[in-house]
Design a protein around this ligand. Structure first.
Ligand code: AMP
Length: 393
C-alpha cells in the first residue's frame, strides 16, 4: 500500500483525505471543525463513519484529533503506508510559484507569510509542524493557492498606489483558489478532448468563497481575488469588491479595524443580505418573495457578469466557460442568469442540459454554441495529491 495524506487546513477547520495516488481512491477522509471555539467536532470516515464533539484550541490539537480518530478505529495512521503528505497553503507570496518540499526554512517562511494571510497561514503552519513531527521521514509538500496565479502580468497584479508603499507591505494582487482553478481548467480541457494549450477559458469558482479566473492556454492571466480573498465576487459572508473609499468613510464614522474586518469578511455577502450564507436558503427566500434575498442574487450575478465581460476582453475571445464549486455545480438557475442574453458573445446555454441533475463534468452549452459551457466539479484534494506525487516521484 502507498498513500498520500492530504491536509487542507482552513481558517477554523482541517479537512483531510488519504488518497491512493495511482487509482485516485480515497480510503479515509474527515473534517475537524470549529477550531478555537468552545466546542468543536470531528467527522471521520475510515473503517467506519464516526462523529463526535471535541475541543480543539488550535490546528495542532485538531491534527492530534484526526490521528486519534484513526487509532480509535483500530487503523493507526502510522501503519497505513503513508509515503508523502501534501499540505494546502493559502498564501505563498511571490516566492512560491510551484509546489515545494517543506524543510524547516520553508515552514518558517510559510509562517512569516501569515502577515499577508492571518486567517490561514498560521493554522496551516501548525498543521505542518504537527504532521512533520508525526511523519519525520516522509516528504511533506506545500501546494499553494496563490502559485497558479503567479503567471499574471504586472498590469493585472499591480494596484495603482505608491510603489514604495506597495513593496514595503507586499501589497499586490496574489489571487487564491489557484489549486481549484488549475485542476478545473485542466479537467475541462481533458473533457473536451482539446489541448489545454489551445484554450482560452474563464473558470467561475462559486462556493462559499468565490472567484473568477481568466486562463489563457493553461496559465492564469487574471483573477478576481487580490491581496486577500476578500476582493472580487459576492461570497457567502464576504463583500467582494467595494470602493476603498467606503472603508475610509466607515473608519471615520466610528468603525475600528476589527469591526471593519468582521463586517467585510464575516457579515457581508449573502449573509449580510439575508442572514444566511447558504445559497440554497437565499434562493428559497427569494422564491418566497423576500426582496433582499432577490437583490442578493441579482448583485451576485451582476458581479459575476462584470468579471465575465472583463475577462472575455482580456482573453480576446473565449473557448470555454466553466462553472465549479458548490453553487457553480448545483445552482442551475444562477448559471442560466449568468449566461442570459450573451448569444452575441457566442455564449448559448441549453436550458435542458443546464437543468439536468447529472453529476460529474458535463456540457451545458447549446449544440453549436461557439463557446463551450461546462460544469466541472472541483477536487482540490486530488490536485494536492497529484502535485505532491509529481514532486516526490
Ligand atoms: P462550497 O464552498 O464549494 O462547499 O459551496 C458552498 C455553497 O454551495 C453553499 O452556498 C451551498 O448553498 C451551495 N451548494 C452546495 N451543495 C448544493 C446543492 N446540492 N444544491 C444547491 N446548492 C448547493
Amino acid at each position: 500500500m502507498n498513500h498520500i495524506l492530504v491536509i487542507n487546513a482552513g481558517s477554523s477547520s482541517i479537512k483531510y483525505q488519504l488518497i491512493d495516488p495511482t487509482s485516485g481512491e480515497r480510503s479515509a477522509a474527515g473534517l475537524v471543525e470549529r477550531i478555537g471555539e468552545a466546542e468543536g467536532r470531528i467527522v471521520h470516515r475510515g473503517v467506519r463513519e464516526e462523529e463526535r464533539a471535541v475541543v480543539v484550541p488550535d490546528h495542532g490539537a485538531a491534527f492530534d484529533e484526526l490521528v486519534a480518530a484513526f487509532a480509535r478505529q483500530g487503523a493507526p495512521i502510522e501503519g497505513l503506508g503513508i509515503t508523502a503528505v501534501g499540505h494546502r497553503v493559502v498564501q505563498g507570496g511571490e516566492e512560491f510559484v510551484a509546489p515545494t518540499l517543506i524543510d524547516d526554512a520553508v515552514a518558517e517562511r510559510i509562517l512569516e507569510l501569515g502577515a499577508l494571510a492571518p486567517l490561514h497561514n498560521p493554522g496551516q503552519y501548525q498543521a505542518i509542524v504537527a504532521a512533520r513531527a508525526l511523519f519525520p521521514r516522509v516528504p511533506h509538500v506545500a501546494v499553494f493557492d496563490t502559485a497558479f496565479h503567479q503567471t499574471m502580468p504586472p498590469s493585472a497584479y499591480t494596484y495603482a498606489i505608491d510603489p514604495e508603499v506597495a513593496a514595503e507591505h507586499g501589497v499586490r494582487r496574489y489571487g487564491f483558489h489557484g489549486i481549484s482553478h488549475q485542476v478545473v481548467s485542466r479537467r475541462a480541457a481533458e473533457f473536451l478532448g482539446r489541448p489545454l494549450e489551445s484554450l482560452r477559458q474563464i473558470v467561475l469558482h462559486l462556493g462559499n468563497g468565490a472567484s473568477a479566473c481568466a486562463v489563457d492556454r493553461g496559465r492564469s492571466v487574471d483573477t478576481s481575488m487580490g491581496l486577500t480573498p476578500l476582493e472580487g465576487l459576492v461570497m457567502g459572508t464576504r463583500s467582494g469588491d467595494i470602493d476603498p473609499g467606503a472603508l475610509l468613510h466607515l473608519l471615520r464614522g466610528g468603525y475600528d479595524v476589527g469591526g471593519l474586518d468582521r463586517l467585510l469578511n464575516g457579515r457581508s455577502g449573502l449573509l449580510g443580505f439575508t442572514g444566511s450564507n447558504d445559497f440554497r436558503d437565499v434562493r428559497a427566500a427569494a422564491d418566497a418573495g423576500d426582496s433582499q434575498a432577490a437583490l442578493a442574487i441579482e448583485v451576485a450575478v451582476h458581479r459575476i457578469r462584470h468579471y465575465l465581460g472583463a475577462y472575455l476582453v482580456e482573453l480576446g475571445g473565449l473557448d470555454a466557460l466553466i462553472f465549479t464549486a458548490g453553487v457553480g455545480e448545483h445552482q442551475a438557475e444562477l448559471r442560466a442568469a449568468v449566461c442570459a442574453d450573451l448569444e452575441g458573445f457566442g455564449i448559448r446555454i441549453d436550458p435542458e442540459r443546464n437543468a439536468s441533475p447529472e453529476r460529474g463534468a458535463r456540457r451545458i452549452g447549446a449544440e453549436g454554441s461557439p463557446v463551450e459551457i461546462l460544469v466541472v466539479p472541483t477536487d482540490e484534494e486530488a490536485e494536492i495529491a497529484r502535485e505532491t506525487l509529481r514532486l516526490v516521484g
